[in-house]
Ligand binder design. Sequence first.
Ligand SMILES: C[S@@+](CC[C@H](N)C(=O)[O-])C[C@H]1O[C@@H](n2cnc3c(N)ncnc32)[C@H](O)[C@@H]1O
Length: 280
Amino acid sequence: MQMKRRYLAIACCLALPLLYGCATTNYGDNQFKLSMASSGKDVMWVPTKVEMADQMLSLAQVRKGDLVYDLGSGDGIIPIEAAKKYQVRAVGIEYNPDLVKLSQRNAERAKVESLVTFKQGDIFVEDFSKATVLTLYLGENLNTRLMPTILKMQAGTRVVSNTFRMDGWIADQEVRISNGEMAYLWIVPANIDGSWQWNGPSELSNLRLVLRQKKQFVDGTLYQGNKRIAHFEDGRIRGSDLEFAFTYQNTNYVFKGKINGSSMTGNLNNNPALAVSARR
Ligand SMILES: C[S@@+](CC[C@H](N)C(=O)[O-])C[C@H]1O[C@@H](n2cnc3c(N)ncnc32)[C@H](O)[C@@H]1O
């Protein structure tokens, strides 16, 4: 038995990318035993602490109507906390069938089984595009592998990761919880890259706005015919909300607006009389 456990620990260390070194603790309940056969696929199970789960959900500003997905849901702590605290629907996708069963038992113990669902499956195969909040505790490599799929999700989807960042996508917000652990938030930006026909007030009407987007950061140029009349470097898109500042004929403008597919509406300098609309 001792040998078997030692073999398991060593095998885990060699075969799996680990979080926090070698975790040999057997969490769970009396029906659950962590074994080599039931270890995670791309990363082994290490549970998020309740304090962190609560911080992650609060960072994502979970609210009525949200649908929370936890990718690699372990014992179900995050979906269960989401259902308990916010009465929202939550789904866990977990590769390990023993953990799926454990999380179902945990949901029943927490009396939230009507709100949460646990699905056995591979996070790189299963569809989670309907999530409005996505939670991750997977490691930077796996977060980064998921990034192209996440970026195609509905604009405004909040993505929260316990401890790990994503390579090539700066977090919109980060918090350190009391024990020093970090949580990161990203908000899926609308896709706004490209050329827009822009109509603003008086001399700012009938222009072309060319936007160049890098995740939530945007730079852009306004053209009148072929003439470049303004340029900005530090625009931001947060979900569907776009904001940028530019100067035209010695006047400073701040555009704030919303993106809805291929249309943009908003105004300049918070003035409804300076309305802007644009189409891509
Ligand atoms: C570090 S644990 C996090 C568990 C849970 N999300 C939490 O925060 O407590 C990672 C989980 O991902 C699961 N996992 C690893 N690769 C997976 C994959 N490709 N598809 C689904 N689950 C996976 C593991 O079994 C493990 O339960």
